[in-house]
Design a protein around this ligand. Sequence first.
Ligand SMILES: Nc1ncnc2c1ncn2[C@@H]1O[C@H](COP(=O)(O)OP(=O)(O)OP(=O)(O)O)[C@@H](O)[C@H]1O
Ligand SMILES: [Mg+2]
Length: 423
Amino acid sequence: MSVKINTLEFENVKRIKAVALTPSKTGLTIIGGDNAQGKTSVLDSIAWALGGDKFKPSAPKREGSVIEPHLKVTLDNGIIVERSGKNSALKVIDSSGNKGGQQLLNTFIESFALDLPKFMNQSSKDKAQTLLKIIGVGDKLYELENKEKNLYDQRTAIGQIGDKKKKYAEEMPVYTDLPNEEISVSELIRQQQDILAKNGENERLRQNKIRLQAERNALNEKVEMLECELARYRDELRTKTEQLDAASKTAAELHDESTAEIEENIRTIEETNAKIRANIDRERAEREAADYREQYEFMTEQIESIRAQKRDLLNGADLPLPGLSVEQGELIYKGQRWDCMSGSEQLIVAASIVRRLNPSCGFVLLDKLEQLDMKTLDDFGRWLDKEGLQAIATRVSKGDECSVIIEDGVSQTKQKEWKAGQF
Ligand SMILES: Nc1ncnc2c1ncn2[C@@H]1O[C@H](COP(=O)(O)OP(=O)(O)OP(=O)(O)O)[C@@H](O)[C@H]1O
Ligand SMILES: [Mg+2]
């Protein structure tokens, strides 16, 4: 059960002379009046009565009063809280008539409900932490966010290296119509040696022809000299002539192969191989760039998966308000961060979180509600009603929205219940 305030009676506290108030059970009860009439003094008195000495005003007694402050609050769980006398001693009586103390009040009073600005003025991250704590997913979300951040940083680094590699690869020269592997010089030398060996054999045959020529000449001379031996030598001469013919024919058919092309290849091979190496380097650089791209995409998938886990975690959590969430450790409501929420949205967010901090505390105090226009005030009142939350607020106004008007520290008798939708 969440505890609400039934009645308030304050005398001689700060600006207050005498104030009595019966706030609505749920929704807004607005304390209206001009400036400096004692509106905030009423909220300060509630905080002091229920929150204890840490909420005690620095000058609690009304100046000019001879009587000590008196505060009385009755709660709907039957507890009666009073402060009175010289030391403003606390007196707490429970529904059975037993005495209690601040400790009993602390079990159902939420400090932030007495001082909502204290919650609202926290850093955005602290507010988000409070929310995560109350919905019980803080540690898990923190772990996921750490993981996500690490992956994100790694991916950024990989992406940068990948881009650099790609740019580097694109700037490298590329040559067409070349083999993929470097040409071997030894293969060309072997081919050259084969040709040289063949040419050597040709030379040998050429020498043979020259030798035969010489022998024939010698014989010819002999024919001239030795007429008598002509017949014998004629036969021989014919034979030799035939052999010479054959040899001449072979010799005529012989032709030497050129090594010029190979020599040119050997000369240009270094140049060619440098180009091939450049092609290989470029291919490697392209492969590396593609590898980094692949890694980057893999990490993007992982980051998406972590983000999905985070969404699931928050979607599965019992959030105090639809549209409320936490992103990157910051509170988000309807897609906006705290500093981009409207004043009334901030009030709703703060009230709903503080409510959840201690569900036993069924009320919240709100100062300076003049920031809300009538329509927003009405919407806020409806929301409070729906939540079953009691809000006691102040507003510089004497309009119909006010349940009570304070003038010169005194509550005027006008007491009306807030009814959502009446404005
Ligand atoms: N102990 C005290 N005795 C008498 N007057 C006091 C005391 N403490 C504060 N005041 C006066 O009370 C006034 C402030 O009271 P309070 O804050 O309740 O007014 P308020 O109606 O909320 O005004 P505002 O609309 O400007 O917020 C100031 O003028 C201050 O001087
Ligand atoms: Mg005020």
